[in-house]
Design a protein around this ligand. Structure first.
Ligand SMILES: CC(C)(COP(=O)(O)OP(=O)(O)OC[C@H]1O[C@@H](n2cnc3c(N)ncnc32)[C@H](O)[C@@H]1OP(=O)(O)O)[C@@H](O)C(=O)NCCC(=O)NCCS
Length: 159
């Protein structure tokens, strides 16, 4: 069974680094210092997808999502799933959990390389709209900036 949870902190770091370095080109890979901010600083929220290994009952990390918490929005800094576990809905579940935990009235946003079609599909299918091009984020190509509508109050909250 695949479970989505918030990271426990620094003890997940080496597994998150393994996912990160398995999923991105070296120039896009966050270094261990940056990743340690994701798991330990209050202005970040980091979610992981885990699977329990039945042999020794330990958890292995299959994917993660990190976002920076700002006053008006949550900015998704990274989302990655190990190649063997892609197209199973893991990234979608990570995004959904993060969105559910975000306070109402905030938006979620991210930027994506123009060549990263799987990622564009992931965000577009999950409520994000392309708002503008970015010329400066990536050195070698244009990026696209995406955002959601502000989160609405849930029906339960309205009761
Ligand atoms: C992008 C990435 C995180 C998607 O993870 P995933 O767990 O496979 O995604 P999901 O299974 O949750 O798919 C959700 C949606 O994304 C889209 N998608 C995922 N992989 C896709 C692919 N290879 N091609 C086209 N669309 C794709 C689909 O629209 C899918 O929705 P659907 O199943 O209803 O059609 C994964 O491919 C990855 O780790 N890529 C390398 C790292 C990266 O580029 N991260 C994003 C940086 S901004």
């Amino acid at each position: 069974m695949i479970t989505i949870r918030e990271t426990f902190g620094i003890q997940d770091l080496k597994h998150i680094y393994f996912v990160e370095s398995s999923c991105f080109n070296p120039e896009d890979t966050e270094d261990i210092k940056e990743l340690s901010s994701f798991v330990s600083e209050k202005n970040y929220k980091t979610y992981i997808a885990t699977k329990t290994i039945s042999a020794d009952n330990s958890d292995t990390i299959l994917g993660y999502l990190a976002c920076e918490i700002r006053t008006s929005h949550y900015y998704v800094t990274s989302v990655a799933v190990l190649p063997k576990y892609r197209k199973l809905g893991i990234a979608k579940r990570l995004l959904k959990q993060c969105f559910e935990d975000m306070p109402v009235n905030l938006i979620m946003c991210c930027d994506i390389r123009s060549s990263n079609v799987p990622s564009q599909h992931l965000f577009e299918k999950n409520g994000f709209k392309k708002v503008r091009d970015f010329e400066s984020v990536y050195q070698d190509e244009i990026g696209f900036y995406y955002e959601t509508e502000p989160k609405q109050k849930s029906i339960e909250n309205n009761c």
